[in-house]
Write a protein that binds this ligand. Structure first.
Ligand code: PGA
Length: 252
């Protein structure tokens, strides 16, 4: 199996740069010790440059949690993907459920995926239904998010897009979706992206996110048909995250 990709989405944590540096140093240590695992750290953007400046290694990369699709302009309070790239981010999370809850649309996600690729960054397109109603409606909801997200991807670039499936009901929850159900969803995502992109769709990496921690990460990697994980809470606890990385490394 290829290297697993573990994305540490710190969200709006921790409180200070001092704490962020401490968490980053612990993450770095765990990343250095891990085999077959690549780590992407997504800190609050105000901490990005300070952390990227302090890092000289190759095991770790950085992501911006959210950024505007325009390069520059009159967008008070926003930062652009290009600015995040300048601060050292090579990945951009797009359409995270918490951004969608704050108003981000499929159309915004489409523009951000294209803008990230244009800036030579790797977009991580987050998709996932809010709930499951038992009638299979979540499949068409996710398909729509995927088709929109990939709509403006130039020919030949699709393989650079990463899809993170994060069912909203499993984010910040007591436990993740079962690996068995993820396997089913991974097949559906693969089918949808192949329909949209033909052969290129086979190369798109699929991650799972939602209540992953050190106790369930290995099972999801082994049985969920995913090539990596997007981790929220457990990525801001240095001990848990180190154990998580270790467990994934062993499971591969
Ligand atoms: P969680 O968050 O791991 O805390 O559930 C995942 C995410 O929102 O990316």
């Amino acid at each position: 199996m290829a290297k697993a990709l573990i994305v540490a989405n710190w969200k709006m944590n921790p409180l200070s740069f001092k704490e962020a540096k401490k968490l980053f140093d612990a993450t770095k240590k765990a990343a250095d010790a891990a085999k077959s695992v690549s780590i992407v750290v997504a800190p609050p953007s105000i901490f990005l440059r300070g952390l990227t400046d302090s890092y000289k290694g190759k095991k770790l990369a950085f992501a911006v949690q959210n950024a505007h699709f325009e390069k520059e302009g009159a967008f008070t309070g926003d930062i652009s993907l290009s600015q995040a790239k300048d601060a050292g981010a090579s990945y951009g999370i797009v359409g995270h459920a918490e951004r969608r809850a704050a108003g981000e649309t499929n159309d915004d996600a489409r523009k951000k995926v294209a803008a990230a690729l244009a800036a030579k960054m790797t977009p991580i397109l987050c998709v996932g239904e809010r709930d499951r109603t038992g009638d299979g409606a979540h499949f068409s909801f996710v398909a729509e998010q995927l088709r929109a997200g990939f709509a403006d991807v130039p020919k030949g670039k699709a393989a650079r897009v990463i899809v993170a499936y994060e069912p909203v009901w499993a984010i910040g929850a007591p436990k993740p979706m079962s690996a068995h159900d993820m396997h089913e969803m991974a097949i559906f995502i693969r089918k949808t992206v192949v329909e949209a992109l033909a052969g290129d769709g086979m190369k798109v990496a699929i991650l799972y996110g939602g209540s992953i921690d050190e106790t369930n990460a290995a099972d999801m990697m082994q049985n969920g048909d995913v090539s990596g994980l997007l981790v929220g809470r457990a990525s801001t606890d240095a001990k848990k995250f180190s154990a998580l990385i270790g467990a994934v490394g062993k499971a591969l």
